[in-house]
Design a protein around this ligand. Structure first.
Ligand SMILES: [Zn+2]
Length: 88
């Protein structure tokens, strides 16, 4: 196994899908693609966990508990996020 085998372009593609993944808006194939990737890619796994927690916190507390550094990154992510009406 080569250390450089990991293709970070795939990480970027995946990153764009994470918000949809968290909202269960992806089809099964896309979900499995992400799940397979995060098993092999620790940075993406950590990112997904962090994003998931942050999204949960945002829903509960509307940014009050989000660390500043991360909220900056999250804003960049959210800007690329398709606008979806809140479910329910
Ligand atoms: Zn990755």
């Amino acid at each position: 196994m080569s250390k450089d085998e990991h293709d970070h372009r795939h990480c970027l593609e995946l990153f764009e899908k994470l918000s949809e993944y968290l909202d269960n808006e992806l089809d099964e194939v896309a979900c499995k693609d992400i799940e397979k990737h995060i098993k092999e890619c620790v940075p993406c796994f950590v990112c997904l966990q962090t994003l998931k927690r942050t999204v949960d916190l945002c829903k509960q507390a509307e940014n009050r508990m989000v660390p500043e550094d991360f909220s900056k990154k999250l804003k960049e992510v959210l800007q690329n996020m398709p606008k979806t009406p809140p479910a329910g």
